[in-house]
Design a protein around this ligand. Structure first.
Ligand code: FEO
Length: 394
């Protein structure tokens, strides 16, 4: 069903309650998501973004119930990723000559996806499109999070259509931030930032500074996923400014995997050592093969330091730790310290290898990794407690 946002703006997207994985299996979406598309009706009519391809026919059918498709004057594609452009082929079969406003990279990527030479109108920052009383102002936002991304600002209603920026993978029927479950909303917003936007934080900071310098009034931020920031939209901008600035809380996260519980026992002893040294630190233990990988990465984002542990198997670390280290490397976290640990039986290479990977990922190694032979005895347990205490103090 469509939903009226203002007199001129109607939400015509899709709430996907069933979505559990996004980007293949790269991002878990336990709270579902939405693909927000917006219909702007002034003297001219514009459609901002579409929805993911599996919902293309449903999208076009519902759009037809809302409006005669031939009366759509402009299509604005803020971002060409398939969750937003996926219904374009279905839509363009009906209105093939309708101009598609997008960045130069946007046109290239849309062509790359659908191999169609549609009527692309290339726009740059500051270009405008009159739709009647209102005007659309385009703002390129490359690498937030693709090279093609742009935002569209609508005057009079003073709405920023920010596409993926300020979004969350969060299905909610109400659509607005003030009526959503606040704890869930915060959890999904920070998870989204941590897992998607962290590598692009410097672009986030610059783009927010640029938008603030325009001194445009912003009554609402309408992203392409999750809630519309209607109540105090500045709150999510302020949050992004904090998250983009090497964000950390007073938290240490201990991530491990274990074969016969020796490495788990080391993790617990290290946690005890940290807690004994400073009980104000929020300590979290997460098993890389049991906890959700994106939840783990969110906790890494919130942490001032992490410890990563694995036993040695076949001269290396467990695959769950390998996968996670790869994701950690890609997210380019800043200003965090780290150390490694793990049990071993004979060769014992895993700990050194994990330290090397953490170092390559940009973490400051707080100390040499901690290895223990077989299952920790009392002395080894005490030594792990000391290791935890030292981690906090260096
Ligand atoms: Fe929601 Fe980058 O697509």
């Amino acid at each position: 069903m469509s939903k009226k946002i203002t007199d001129k703006v109607t939400w015509v997207g899709k709430i996907d309650w069933e979505l559990k994985f996004f980007h293949g299996n790269e991002y878990s979406t336990r709270k579902g998501s939405s693909y927000n598309s917006y219909l702007l009706r002034d003297e001219k009519t514009a459609l901002i973004d579409t929805v993911w391809q599996p919902y293309d026919k449903e999208f076009v059918k519902r759009l037809k119930e809302e409006i005669d498709l031939k009366s759509i004057d402009y299509i604005i594609m803020n971002h060409s990723e398939i969750d937003h452009s996926g219904a374009l082929p279905e839509l363009m079969r009906e209105i093939p000559n309708t101009p598609i406003y997008c960045t130069a990279n946007g046109a290239k990527i849309i062509k790359g996806h659908y191999h169609e030479d549609w009527n692309y109108k290339i726009v740059k920052t500051g270009d405008t499109l009159d739709i009647g009383e209102s005007k659309l102002v385009f703002i390129e936002a490359p690498m937030l999070h693709w090279p093609d991304t742009m935002f569209t600002y609508m005057t009079v209603d003073n709405i920023l259509f920010s596409n993926d920026g300020f979004g969350q993978h969060y299905a909610t029927e109400s659509l607005f931030n003030d009526t959503a479950d606040q704890a869930e909303l915060y959890a999904e917003a920070i998870k989204y930032y941590a897992n998607i936007l962290t590598p692009f934080s410097r672009y986030v900071t610059k783009k927010i500074e640029e938008i603030l310098s325009f001194k445009l009034p912003v009554n609402m931020i309408c992203p392409s996923h999750g809630v519309i920031w209607k109540d105090n939209p500045a709150q999510i901008i302020e949050q992004y400014i904090k998250w983009a600035d090497s964000y950390q809380e007073n938290q240490i996260t201990i991530i491990y995997d274990t074969m016969w519980n020796a490495t788990r026992k080391m993790a617990e002893a290290i946690a005890y050592g940290i807690e004994q040294t400073d009980s104000s630190v929020n300590i979290k233990l997460m098993n890389a093969s049991k906890d959700d990988k994106n939840d783990i990465l969110t906790e890494v984002f919130k942490s001032k330091g992490i410890l990563v542990g694995s036993p040695t198997v076949n001269n290396g670390y467990l695959y769950s730790i390998g996968g996670l280290l790869e994701m950690i490397k890609g997210l380019k976290f800043k200003d965090k310290k780290a150390a490694s640990f793990g049990s071993y039986g004979w060769s014992g290479e895993a700990v050194k290898q994990i330290s090397e990977e953490l170092n390559k990922a940009g973490f400051t190694l707080a100390q040499d990794g901690k290895r223990e032979l077989w299952v920790p005895d009392r002395a080894a347990y005490d030594s792990c407690i000391e290791f935890g205490k030292r981690f906090l103090s260096v």
